[in-house]
Design a protein around this ligand. Structure first.
Ligand SMILES: O=C(O)CNC(=O)[C@H](CS)NC(=O)CCC(=O)C(=O)O
Length: 272
């Protein structure tokens, strides 16, 4: 099976971001990808909540979702929209950071709302408070497709290994980690964490990423990565926007788990 990782430098205007996203999805499909994946917040990278409140819409009205559903249908591909920032009917007005898996029929096959919120202070000048803008999800999701069983996660979720273990134990063969990783933590941790999740679970890990400068105040790490169930980096998207293709042999999932059956070796223990 061939997958295509789309790497983007999304800006603050969903309508302006859309043509580039569509062009990359078409390129991935033209080059043989049956599963195409876009990064976290494909529709908008912005930390201005007032601006987001003006330009974001609900799922039913979202132009990015509508256009990408049309593309999936026209191209006959499975399309993981890594995430969209969407309005919800939550009383506190927070958005959803939602991953959507689209079938080749253009239908929404699965939805996953990001569970873990990036509320951190990396340095005095670099702070994030994701939970101020987004309501965290409360449900883990595995989607069955004819290509593979896919476990959906987003970005900072990557630091919570028990989520990935649960998805693998629920039968996932591919784990998706669409991201907008920070440059500092990306350089220090991104590849190691992705390889660790693949090794621990015996799953392929596919991580399409945002990259570069999103205006003057925000930058992301890039390096969309595909990792095999044995922990090998199969493809690295570098730092420019574009498409990275990778061929996956799903038999490697079984093979890696036979060599190291750690998923089956859990034991109950006492303490601490
Ligand atoms: O706010 C948005 O526009 C969309 N959300 C994100 O970009 C989120 C929250 S700021 N980024 C991450 O989770 C990065 C995690 C990370 O970098 C790490 O774990 O080190």
């Amino acid at each position: 099976m061939r997958a295509g990782l789309v790497q983007l430098t999304s800006g603050t205007d969903p309508a302006e971001n859309l043509p580039t996203t569509v062009a990359h999805v078409r390129e991935a499909a033209a080059r043989g990808a049956e599963l195409v994946l876009t990064p976290e917040v494909t529709n908008i990278v912005s930390s201005d909540r007032a601006h987001q409140a003006r330009v974001l819409t609900s799922e039913a009205e979202d132009i990015t979702l509508a256009a990408l559903r049309d593309e999936a249908r026209a191209l006959g591909i499975w399309l993981l929209i890594g995430s969209l920032a969407l309005k919800t009917d939550d009383p506190d007005g927070r958005f959803a950071n939602r991953s959507l898996l689209i079938s080749p029929g253009g239908e929404i096959a699965a939805r996953y709302n990001k569970i873990h919120m990036f509320d951190v202070e990396i340095s005095p000048s670099e702070r994030y408070r994701e939970s101020a803008g987004y309501r965290p999800g409360t449900r883990a999701v595995v989607a069955d497709t004819p290509l593979a069983r896919i476990g959906l996660t987003i970005c900072y979720d990557l630091r919570f290994p028990h989520l990935y273990r649960r998805l693998a134990q629920a039968g996932a063969q591919i784990l998706t980690v669409p991201s907008a990783f920070s440059p500092v933590t990306g350089a220090a941790h991104w590849e190691s964490l992705l390889r660790a999740r693949a090794i621990e679970t015996g799953c392929f890990v596919l991580a399409p990423a945002q990259t570069g400068a999103h205006g003057p105040k925000r930058a992301t790490h890039g390096h969309s990565l595909a990792v095999s169930p044995w922990g090998e980096v199969l493809a690295d998207g570098g730092t420019d926007p574009g498409v990275t293709l990778v061929d996956l042999d799903l038999a490697q999932v079984e093979h890696a788990r036979q060599r190291i059956p750690s998923l089956d070796h859990e034991r109950e223990f006492e303490g601490p």
